[in-house]
Design a binder for this molecule. Sequence first.
Ligand code: CA
Length: 664
Amino acid sequence: MKKAYLLAALFVALSCAPKTSVLSPDGRTRVLFSIQEGVPFWAVEVDGRKVVDPSPVGLAAFGASLEEGYTLVGSKLSRHDETWSQPWGENKQIRDRHNALTLKLKNASGVAMSLEFRAFDDGITFRSSYDAPGDSLLVSDELTEFRFSEDALSWSIPGDFNSYEHLYRKMPLSALRDANTPLTIRREDGLHLSVHEAALMDFPEMVLRKKEGTAFKADLAPRHYGDSVKAIVPSSFRTPWRTLQISPDAVGLVNSSVILNLNEPCALEDVSWIKPMKYIGVWWAMHLGIASWGGDRWHGATTQEAIRYIDFAAQNNIQGVLFEGWNDAWKGSDALPDFDFTSPAPDFDVEAVVEYAREKGVCFITHNETGGNVARFEQQLERSLDWAEGLGIHALKTGYAGGGLRGGVPRHSQQGVQHFQRVAQAAAAHKVMIDGHEVIKPTGIRRTWPNFMTRECVRGMEYNGWSTGNPPSHHEILPYTRALGGPVDYTPGVFDVQYRNIQGLEQVRSWGRPGTECRVNTTLCKQIANWVVLYSPLQMACDLISNYEGHPAFQFFRDFDPDCDESRALSGEVGEYIAVVRRAADKYFYGATTDDSARDIVQSLDFLRRGTVYEAVIYADAPDASWQDNPYAYQIIHCTVTCEDTLPVHLAPGGGQAIVFSPQ
Ligand code: CA
């Protein structure tokens, strides 16, 4: 009797003990919470293996005690399983299945902290909410750490608060000093990890800096260079999510929807005007140095060029044309004056061009280059969006060229993040889609503001125009790093990869280094495959249209549908290769690319619909193709296949392959 009573008491005590860990739905990943000397800690295990050792989580603020002295006052476990849909995306249907652990903490200074962990099958995440005395807080530091349990290989760009336009470094965590996110990691046991953040709103960006060994500390972009204030927030606020994607293989990171699942649902009632599209533009001629943004006799965006590009778009199943440099006051290619985004250049009849585009069923994509002058852009934002909407313009490419935002403000600061939010929201009110260049990294806010279609935040194609260019492996690193955050406007599709067709043309600009050693470091077929691999709902064919006219391989882009319904990364290794398939309605688009090494994939077609016979049109590197010596050699092969078949996919060094599958 006494024994039974004791057992019952023990059971009650155990079931009332606060929950301090949470398992993923598949039971493989565990997040563990603890308090050590008043500071909250997190840790992660996968299949019982240590992945992240106990690491502090927290913030510091001037004049407030946010960082320590906490006791646990309550905890709660919950489950979530929901499938939601979005108007566009790699996948239009997304399942959000996770288990959550929410902890309530309090300290003696009257600060209440709530810490929420979520464990998904493909990653874990946490964020904290604070409720402190007073009206507002000056955040001085983020104390959160990532103490990786063992050394591992990593791929990242530097922790730069102004630019993501860097080449990736591959190095052991133990040798890494700092990194922006996504920071992708491969352990010796094959486990792949990627650190990023989700729902970055009203807060500065987080990068990681080495603490010691394989331990990194979060670092927030300051409000001004050298400023010790990182963020000004209300005294009741919450941080963005800190995320760790986890997968047994590299492609599992690509197929994860953790980042989108952590963002707020769509804030717009009517999304019918938001549509993926293909586009072309006069932009590449500027980077090749054979045309200018304006203000001289080499101006690229003239009325005459506009008509030529619109005609080409209309004839080739391309929905948009970007007119970079259409507006007045450009001074060649060297100076960025403070523009007005409603005044056209003297040789660009904007109203006539928009009207001509409308008649041809082509979307006019306007361009606002701010040069980082955010204050001036915001002053005219409403007026210029009004003007655009009045003319029926529904797409805008923004640019913030230069070192950072004006006034000593880092581009990735809290003010920068809030500016890019304001632009997306103002544009939505005028039914304008945004393609942001030199903006904040993607963290999934496209779920909330689906008119923020795509962004650059990458060392893109432009670098090939005037530098030694991007190395072949760049395109096999991006899907596993930068693109984990969201769509990338890399602008693939250069067919004249060695610039043979512009030899002898006059070079018009003084910057960069136009010359013979500039080229695109891939084969022709890799350019085609990148239209599939490097996902962007606004997907550009960036080359001069003269390089597409009459080219048999351009048929791929004519047939390509950027409005896909579902996507799957099939195979690959970080920095080595990737194979991806995307379904758009009843067609499938396949893309595979490789780094410097030739590769042969035996590709199962089990992704095709059972019972349907497909016509496959294959755009393949020729057997003797290579990016260095023979980049143009390709073949187009037609065959009939079903889901039972396999295809041999040959990729040349620096090469790629693209396939269109259409039901017969
Ligand atoms: Ca750029």
